[in-house]
Design a protein around this ligand. Structure first.
Ligand code: CA
Length: 421
């Protein structure tokens, strides 16, 4: 399938993230009005809450799009998701009879402010890229112990904090924390000096599962509403001291930035790819009935304050060892209930090449090999740096993009307990 042509400005351009094929879900506001659901198309946002209120678009008995989150819509299920896409395709396609009716509900993206697209119920983060796990394991424990014995059998994860999830554009302040300086016996409490990114994809759960009932990988795949880009900001010096034996805690709790548009699973269907060959057989409950990863090209740009951007990493979501569907199925294997709005971080996505590593920890090899960036070098993030994740699936003559996932680092507070008067 090629580009689906639309009458909306900018929607038929090969480089746009948002052709008619995409129709990703976001929450927007303009000055003087309330945040509500919108869909990105070309250079514009379609005010689907407005269309629903005007009776041009009917999603359910009662309105579900006049709120600053997509959770209620997601809860309606697959039938509503498909019907919504079909209805929008009819309104927006080139030659549509509805153009005059719909045109007043388009807002220029430049004039809108974007918000978190959904209420994050809970946030779970995984550790599922073979290359990332090997690189980090080598630095923390040595190459012979790099992959823990469980890694090739189980999608390793931890329960993060939903409250830490912020939308692209939100500034992130360098955290303080417990850090043990090299060679010291006792820790100090200080601003992190090894603050880092983690290039990830986030899967958004759109259907709940019942407590006590694990789901299959196929059922898990069908529960996923869509995907976002995700940057799991990580304080490596805090992490190295705190992570044993229960895993990361404060090192990952400062912020997690997601891109503002949820790209629905339906928009990615034709970009499905299989997970790589298994190095050890998986237990049957983790077997995939079909390809469940996606061919999504990813990159990270670093822009120093007042400077120009350098792309520091390029990789692909297909590098993961475990898919989001496998992770979600595993998450329910204990009987754990999943809810609408749960967010699953894929884990850092690193490829085999040096410039395909999804964190500065790996790119600078623990700070030992500084990277060249515009106007200097970097081992970890410096104050004022802006980090931008981008991603898209490439079709013939069009792409399915996510919009940027960006954040700028503010200096640590001089005194974290001092309250502003
Ligand atoms: Ca992570």
């Amino acid at each position: 399938m090629g580009l689906e042509r639309s009458w909306v400005a900018g929607a038929n351009v090969a480089e746009t993230d948002f052709p008619l094929n995409n129709l990703p879900c976001g929450v927007f506001s303009t000055s003087g009005d309330e945040p509500r659901c919108g869909v990105a198309i070309g250079e514009m946002i379609l005010d689907v809450a407005g269309l629903e209120a005007a009776g041009i678009l009917k999603v359910a008995e009662d309105p579900v799009l006049d709120v600053p989150f997509w959770n209620d819509f997601m809860d309606l299920g697959q039938g509503a998701w498909s019907g919504f896409r079909a209805a929008l395709a009819e309104l927006l396609r080139e030659g549509s009879d509805h153009r005059a009716q719909v045109e007043p509900f388009l807002i220029r993206q430049q004039e809108a402010r974007l918000h978190l697209p959904f209420l994050v119920s809970e946030f779970t983060d995984f550790y599922a890229s073979r290359h990332h796990a090997f690189n980090v394991g080598t630095m923390f424990r040595g190459p012979e112990n790099a992959l823990p014995p469980n890694w090739l059998h189980i999608p390793i994860g931890y329960n993060g904090r939903a409250s830490s999830v912020v939308v692209s554009g939100t500034e992130v302040r360098r955290p303080w924390g417990q850090i043990r300086p090299p060679g010291a016996e006792a820790p100090v409490f200080a601003p992190s000096r090894r603050f880092d990114i983690e290039l990830e994809m986030g899967a958004v759960v759109g259907q709940a599962s019942r407590q006590g009932y694990p789901v299959t990988v196929a059922e898990a795949d069908a529960m996923i509403f869509g995907y976002v880009l995700l940057n799991d900001w990580s304080a490596r010096d805090i992490q190295a001291w705190e992570y044993q034996p229960l895993g990361p805690f404060q090192s990952k709790a400062t912020a997690t930035t997601i891109s503002p548009w949820i790209v629905m699973r339906a928009a990615l269907e034709q970009f499905r790819v299989a997970t790589p060959a298994r190095e050890r057989p998986l237990l049957p409950y983790l077997h995939e009935p079909g390809p469940m990863l996606y061919d999504i090209a990813l990159e990270v740009g670093l822009t120093p304050a007042g400077g120009r951007e350098t792309v520091i990493a390029r990789t692909n979501y297909r590098e993961m060892y475990y898919s989001a569907a496998q992770q979600l199925a595993h998450h329910t294997s204990s009987g754990c209930a999943m809810n609408v709005g749960d967010l699953l971080g894929s884990g850092t996505i690193s490829g085999p090449a040096k410039d395909s590593r999804g964190s500065l920890l790996e790119l600078s090899w623990g700070g030992k090999e500084p990277l060249a960036v515009e106007g200097g070098t970097r081992t970890f993030i410096e104050d004022g740096d802006r980090l931008t994740l981008r991603g898209h699936a490439q079709g013939k003559g069009y792409r399915i993009g996510f919009g940027p996932c960006a954040g700028t680092i503010l200096p640590a507070l001089a005194d974290p307990w001092q309250r502003e008067l």
